[in-house]
Design a binder for this molecule. Structure first.
Ligand SMILES: Nc1ncnc2c1ncn2[C@@H]1O[C@H](COP(=O)(O)OP(=O)(O)OP(=O)(O)O)[C@@H](O)[C@H]1O
Ligand SMILES: [Mg+2]
Length: 447
C-alpha cells in the first residue's frame, strides 16, 4: 500500500484515477489545483505524487522541483497533454520517475505504480537486512585475546547453543550487554528479536507493566494496551540488565515465567505463553542480596543455570592493544589509517586501573581521538584522570640526576625539561647559558 497524492484540475481524472488506485489498495489524497497540491506535497510524506503538468496555482514542474529540493524520496509521475511533453522530459532529466501523455490508460498508471511499490518493498527489505547485519556485527564483536577472554569466548560459543538461562556477572562496563548479544547472535535464535531491558531504569510500579504488558486502564496512566517486553522477545532472547534491582513482587512473577513459561499481563486474567531465552546480568553480588532477603533464592537458581563472569579490564591488560585498535578504527572515517599512540600515552593507558572498565577505555580513546584530530595520540589528549595518574607515576619514579648549570638554566628559560636532550640552541638574542662544570656535564650526557 502506497500513500499517493493525485493533483489534477480535471474532476473526471481525479475520480477515475483516484478510484482505480484506491481499488488497487493504495491510499489516495486528491488535490484540484497546483497551490493545494504543492502544500500537500511539501508537508506530508507521500510515496508517490502523480501530478498534471499544466495546473492553476503552481505547475507540475514546480511541484516536482520543490519535492526534490526538500530531499524527499517521493517518486513523481507527471501527466502531460499530448504534444506538450517538453516539460515532462525536462523533469525526467532532473530525476522525475516517469511521465504519461493524456489521454492515458488508467490501468497503465496503476501498473507503473505497482512497479514503484515493488521497488520500494525490495529497497525496504534491503535496508532492513543491512541494518540488522550492522547491529549483528556490532553486537556480536566481543574483542579479546587475553587467556581469560579466550576462555570466555569459548564458553559463549558453547552456551549460545543452549536455551538455558544465563547469568552474566562482572563490574560495570566490562561488556555484559555485549556478551548477552553475542550469546543471542551465535545461537539458533539469531534473526529473532533480542530485547534488552535495564531493570534499574524503571520505578517499581512500572517495571511489571514494562515486562509483562498491560491492558488499557490497568493502572493510572495506562491509556493504551501494551504488549510488554516478554512478548516482544517471543522466539528470541530477553536480556534483563541490573537484575538485582528487580523488586520482590516482580521477582515472583518472573519466577513463574521461568517455571511455566506463562504470565498474565496487568489488568487481565488471561495467561500468555512465550518462548523466550532469558539472559540476565548484574554487577552486584546476588548472594549478598539473597542473604539480606532482597533477592529470592529460588529465582537465583532459575536465572543462574549457566553462569558467565567477565573479568575486570585491569585483570586482563593483554586486551588493551586489541581493544584500543578496535575503538580507534571505529572513529576513523572510511579506510583511513588508525592513529598511533605515543609511548608515554601508551604507558599512561597501560598503568591506569580503569575502574569503569572497557566503557571507560572506549570513552578515553574517543576523547583522545577528538583532541588529537585523528593524528598521533599523546598524553595531553587523554582524559585528565588517565594523564594525571601518569603524573603520579612520574612522581614515584626514581629521582632524576641533578641538572648541570647550563641545563638548569635552559629548563628555567624554556619549556625544555630534559637535560641536554634538545638540540635547539637558545636564540641568539637570549643571554648565553653558563658552561657546564666537567663533572655535571657527564651526568647530563654532554661531553
Ligand atoms: N570485549 C569487548 N569488545 C568490544 N567492545 C566492548 C567489549 N567489552 C565492552 N565493550 C564496549 O564497552 C561498552 C560497555 O559495554 P556494555 O554496555 O556491554 O557493559 P556492561 O557490563 O553491560 O556495563 P553496565 O554494567 O554499566 O551496564 C560498550 O560500548 C561495548 O560495546
Ligand atoms: Mg549493561
Amino acid at each position: 500500500m502506497l500513500e499517493i497524492l493525485l493533483i489534477d484540475d480535471e474532476p473526471s481524472i481525479r475520480l477515475s484515477v483516484g478510484d482505480a488506485l484506491g481499488a488497487a489498495g493504495h491510499r489516495v489524497t486528491l488535490a484540484s489545483d497546483g497551490r493545494e497540491g504543492l502544500r500537500l506535497a511539501t508537508h506530508r510524506a507521500f510515496d508517490v505524487v502523480v501530478t498534471d503538468v499544466r495546473l492553476p496555482g503552481a505547475d507540475g514542474l514546480t511541484i516536482f522541483r520543490e519535492v526534490k529540493r526538500l530531499g524527499s524520496t517521493t517518486d513523481v509521475i507527471l501527466i502531460t497533454a499530448f504534444g506538450a511533453v517538453d516539460d515532462a522530459v525536462t523533469a525526467m532529466k532532473e530525476g522525475a520517475h516517469d511521465y504519461l501523455t493524456k489521454p492515458f490508460d488508467v490501468a497503465e498508471l496503476v501498473l507503473r505504480i505497482e512497479r514503484i511499490a515493488d521497488r520500494r518493498r525490495i529497497q525496504r527489505e534491503l535496508d532492513q537486512a543491512r541494518a540488522e547485519l550492522a547491529a549483528r556485527d556490532a553486537g556480536a564483536l566481543v574483542v579479546g585475546q587475553s587467556p581469560p577472554m579466550v576462555r570466555l569466548l569459548d564458553r559463549i560459543e558453547t552456551m549460545a547453543q543452549s536455551d538455558a538461562a544465563v547469568l552474566i556477572t562482572g563490574e560495570s562496563g566490562t561488556g555484559k550487554e555485549l556478551v548477552a548479544r553475542a550469546l543471542h547472535e551465535h545461537g539458533p535464535r539469531r534473526g529473532r528479536p533480542f530485547v534488552a531491558v535495564n531493570c534499574a531504569a524503571f520505578p517499581e510500579t512500572l517495571l511489571e507493566a514494562e515486562l509483562f504488558g498491560h491492558e488499557r486502564g490497568a493502572f493510572t496512566g495506562a491509556v493504551r494496551k501494551r504488549d510488554g517486553r516478554f512478548r516482544a522477545a517471543d522466539g528470541g532472547t530477553l536480556f534483563l540488565d541490573e537484575i538485582a534491582e528487580i523488586p520482590l513482587p516482580a521477582q515472583a512473577k518472573l519466577l513463574r515465567v521461568l517455571q511455566d513459561g506463562a504470565f498474565e499481563p496487568l489488568g487481565t486474567n488471561t495467561s500468555v505463553r512465550v518462548d523466550v531465552r532469558l539472559v540476565c546480568a548484574t554487577h552486584r553480588n546476588l548472594k549478598e542480596h539473597i542473604a539480606t532477603a532482597r533477592f529470592r533464592e529460588d529465582l537465583y537458581y532459575r536465572v543462574n543455570v549457566l553462569d558467565l563472569h567477565i573479568p575486570a579490564l585491569r585483570e586482563r591488560r593483554g586486551d588493551l592493544p586489541l581493544l584500543a585498535q578496535h575503538f580507534l578504527r571505529r572513529y576513523v572515517k572510511g579506510d583511513g589509517p588508525v592513529p598511533p599512540i605515543a609511548p608515554r600515552a601508551w604507558a599512561a593507558l597501560s598503568q591506569y586501573p580503569f575502574p569503569g572498565n572497557v566503557r571507560e577505555l572506549e570513552h578515553a580513546l574517543e576523547h583522545a581521538f577528538v583532541l588529537s584530530r585523528g593524528a598521533e595520540i599523546d598524553i595531553q589528549h587523554l582524559p585528565a584522570d588517565i594523564a594525571g595518574s601518569a603524573g603520579e607515576l612520574a612522581a614515584l619514579a626514581p629521582p632524576r640526576k641533578p641538572l648541570c648549570d647550563r641545563c638548569r638554566w635552559r629548563s628555567r628559560n624554556s619549556s625544555a625539561s630534559t637535560c641536554c636532550a634538545r638540540s635547539s640552541s637558545p636564540k641568539a638574542s637570549a643571554p648565553r647559558p653558563p658552561r657546564c662544570s666537567a663533572s655535571l656535564a657527564r651526568t647530563c650526557g654532554r661531553s
